[in-house]
Ligand binder design. Sequence first.
Ligand code: 3HC
Ligand code: NAI
Length: 706
Amino acid sequence: MSNLVRISKENDIAVITIDNPPVNALSPGVPEGLAAAIDELNRDATIKAAIVIGAGRTFVAGADIKEFGKMVATGRRGSLLPLLRKIEDSAKPVVMAIHGQAFGGGLELAMAGHYRVASPTAQVGQPEVNLGIIPGAAGTQRLPRLVGVAKAVEMCTSGKPVSAREAAVLGLIDKLIDGDLLTGALSFAREIADKPAPKARERSQKLGTAEESAPIFAAARDNVRKKQRGMKAPLAAIDAIEAGTRMSFEEGCEAEAKLFTECLLSDQSKALIHVFFGEREVAKIPDIPKETPMLPVNRVAVVGSGTMGGGIAMVFANAGIPVLLKDVGQAALDLGMGKIRKNYASSVQRGRFTQAFVDERLALISPVHNYDAFSDVDMVVEAVFEGMALKKTVFEDLDRACRPGAILASNTSTLNIDEIASVTSRPETVIGTHFFSPANVMRLLEIVRGKKSSREVIATCMQLSKKLGKIGVLVGNCRGFVGNRMFGPYRREAQFLVEEGAAIEAVDQALVDFGNAMGPLATGDLAGLDVGWRIRKEYRHTEKPGVRQPFAEDRLCEMGRYGQKTQKGWYLYDENRRSSPDPEVTALVRKWSAEAGTPQRQISSDEIVERCVYALVNEGARILEEGYALRAVDIDIIYLNGYGFPAYRGGPMWYADTVGLPKVYQRICDFERQHGELWAPAPLLKRLAEAGKTFADFDKEQVAAA
Ligand code: 3HC
Ligand code: NAI
């Protein structure tokens, strides 16, 4: 038996324990160990039944995702199917005892058992689509037999976990066990030991007929095309489930295996696996060891109850952390609290939260006018208007009001954290926490490291981001930090393209077809065109004379066209914020371009995508080289979680790797020749392209050097 699986006896019941930390993935050795344990079970006449249980924090989190890359590289694809059949065909019943998670291959393993018992807090699911694949060990065949076609389709296409309680109602879990799982599983095993052992693959009552299932599949495909636009795996999962309803179990497994392999070999799967590991990689900061002591964050304060401050207060309250919310006066606070209440009310209406949950959250938010109670808080997030003088005044106040050691964070999106920190007597506790709008929805949190930010403060904010349900990425203190710094050239190119003759809708559509959540011009309208306009005015003196700058947005702003907030921007908006094209803007831009002498031409959607996406990549490469992002993957995670970049393309830097850096570099050189020095290729990009390397290679070198 492998050392990853052990078998012991509790009188007449065998206990088979999978022990492959941290999450009992089905790595090489685990399936072999399980097969040997099942043989042992059937050999030993003194044993009547077996329990399979996970050691440590979970049952089984699935196949070992690290193995997928090797499988693709070597072409060797071990299948779990023979093992699962062996378990199901065991002459003695096998009870799967689930705590933590039974995900992916873990749930497929569990479904091969004759019974499943679970702790009430356990979760089960088929999250494979998040990795660009589908269940590959008969999940698409056994699951519909246990929970019905509609639920199986939902689980396999959304990838979302189901609680053990819901799974018990669905018939996927036979018994919930309060208290010690093993004790409960042992008594359950004794109860069923002498009964005939049901096999999931032989059940058919819940499968329904082809006619009954057809509308379920049609609706699911429609839903995927709308909500998971561009993703192949969810459609493949539906195909596999549908195959199972039309063929025998064995033929269904074959269909599943073929679709699984196609998905595994796809670029989407490689990108999404990069994202899976990337999301975990960003938490690792080379000079901040895991053992760094964390500071307590049990009570917080937010200064400024506007768009961001209100959202940030909700984020803390949602995580159960009491929060003081300060603004300048009662009127501002009433406005801020009013928006928070409205926001929560709409969550209740949409069924996201219950009224009781919202009441508890609201009770955690205390509006205040002054800093009196700030001496008790562990952390403050400042979210007042964007202006250095005001931020400095607020930080001077915070320095006086807060206890030594309290974390003082700013939500600034453009200002220098070190300059803000300089007005305090404790710059080591000052840091940037750059939430994205709407703060209570967007998953990204850029954590901006000041020159003096202490390791404890950084480590605490990184850990806190997880507690708040965010993905924290550490970035350096440069203008725009990482995300917005790259967004500048991206939106600049979108404007240039329109000024050169592309239709406004064509620019947005090309990027939506690429997979982005929104086009760059529509995004500008949503965020407010005036935001960038004001910043550009402030920094105009830093622009190099003679270097081409976009003009269309500034002129739209001069006309009061700020985007959605004025119902006019690049597009026209009705009172429900539905957009329609505005021929007036097109005519204006054509006129302005003629006055500026900008030649007009037909521009393909390929060029639109290249111009916009390579602008991201080139700036990303500069950021990397300058050390403002730790790794290329950090940039990818920022773009996926803060800017609607399609996860199945892995992020801008990964996407550039898949195109090939030599090709990206060549196109950027072409653009430099055509459009001037704004397109000067980043030295790092040139170096990697010429060496035949990728950003992923760069990351590996960074990790090796750390
Ligand atoms: N394979 C390999 N490593 C895995 C893994 C897996 N299936 N699941 C988690 N890990 C690793 C993580 O990379 C991380 O490693 P690190 O410490 O070196 O960064 C470590 O385990 C801990 O993971 P988390 O940080 O994510 O820990 P959490 O406690 O936050 O979450 C979890 C635990 C909910 C199990 C989460 O890790 C998870 O959702 N894992 C992935 C589940 C999944 O996608 N399963 C399907 C795999 S594909 C499959 O099974 C195909 C099959 O159909 C044939
Ligand atoms: P906002 O204008 O909606 O809100 C600012 C709030 O600060 C107002 O309620 C105002 O009354 C209050 N305020 C001003 N001076 C104050 C003081 N001395 N004490 C307490 N409260 C005071 O602004 P918004 O959009 O919420 O922006 C806040 C910060 O977040 C800015 O630094 C901005 O750059 C940043 N940010 C904004 C994003 C956005 O999309 N709006 C995204 C990310 C960051």
